[in-house]
Design a protein around this ligand. Structure first.
Ligand SMILES: NC(=O)c1ccc[n+]([C@@H]2O[C@H](COP(=O)([O-])OP(=O)(O)OC[C@H]3O[C@@H](n4cnc5c(N)ncnc54)[C@H](OP(=O)(O)O)[C@@H]3O)[C@@H](O)[C@H]2O)c1
Length: 231
């Protein structure tokens, strides 16, 4: 049975990933900050009859990451999915870029995916599929940016793209595929009610992309429809 470890599994895109991979018969390791307060996730786990397990994880806390890596030490992870993210709205606009919320955004969106990759490398290496995927954003594309604003968020997603590209180079000879993904503009707490793409449509697309990726795709920045996005 293939297995996926998802960060930020309790709501939004992460919750939908949990539901769709469980429905596809995967073993889902669903990580979130407070597993006791997640009604939707709990319902999915109960309906999945043991295929979904809930795990406590604060992605900015290296000890929390270490504890989970140890707890899952005998568990292969076919797909490590760095999904947890924040919008950095308190450091978005010119003239309003205080350091603390900007650095907090970088901690979640950039540093945490790297620490997850470092901690879970043995689990991924032991698996069949060997994929590390990070949910980035088109807003991290330097080449496509013609709107401005969102300084903390854009810089965080551009940085995590660079981190993933770097990882892809270093991990290739271990047979590990590293990709970054854009989910579309999705109706979640982050995307808001005006977003045109439902979580179901986004994750159906992303899962289709992930089902097909091979080592030949490592280092790519892929949209949820499978097309490549410029860095
Ligand atoms: N929605 C969009 O339109 C859109 C577009 C492009 C990219 N993305 C990216 O897609 C990913 C998921 O976004 P979403 O729309 O599902 O956002 P969301 O609804 O706001 O959910 C964010 C998730 O990240 C978790 N998280 C945040 N900080 C965390 C931390 N320190 N430790 C552990 N978990 C943490 C949250 O957990 P809590 O419930 O504990 O806060 C929540 O589960 C993000 O990386 C986002 O940047 C979203």
């Amino acid at each position: 049975m293939s297995s996926i470890l998802i960060t930020g599994a309790n709501r939004g895109i992460g919750l939908e990933f949990t539901a769709q991979y469980a429905a596809a018969g995967w073993r889902v390791l669903a990580a979130c900050r407070d597993p006791s307060e997640t009604g939707d996730l709990r319902r999915i786990a109960e309906a999945a009859g043991g295929a979904v397990s809930l795990h406590r994880l604060e992605v900015t806390d290296p000890q929390s990451i270490r504890r989970l890596a140890d707890e899952l030490s005998s568990q292969p992870v076919d797909l490590l999915l760095n999904n947890a993210g924040v919008a950095g709205r308190e450091a978005a606009n010119f003239g309003q870029t205080p350091a603390k919320p900007w650095l907090d955004t970088l901690a979640v969106n950039v540093v945490a995916p790297m620490h997850m990759a470092e901690a879970f490398l043995p689990h991924v290496q032991r698996s069949e599929r060997r994929i590390i995927a990070t949910i980035s954003s088109r807003m991290g594309s330097v080449g496509e940016n013609d709107q401005g604003g969102s300084y903390a968020y854009r810089s965080s997603k551009a940085a995590v793209n660079a981190v993933a590209k770097n990882l892809s180079v270093e991990m290739k000879n271990k047979g590990i595929t590293v990709v970054v993904l854009h989910p579309g503009w999705v109706r979640t707490d982050m995307g808001g009610p005006e977003a045109p793409v439902s979580p179901e449509e986004s994750v159906t697309g992303l899962k289709g992309v992930l089902d097909k990726v091979t080592l030949a795709d490592t280092g790519k920045f892929l949209n949820y429809d499978g097309t490549e996005i410029p860095w």
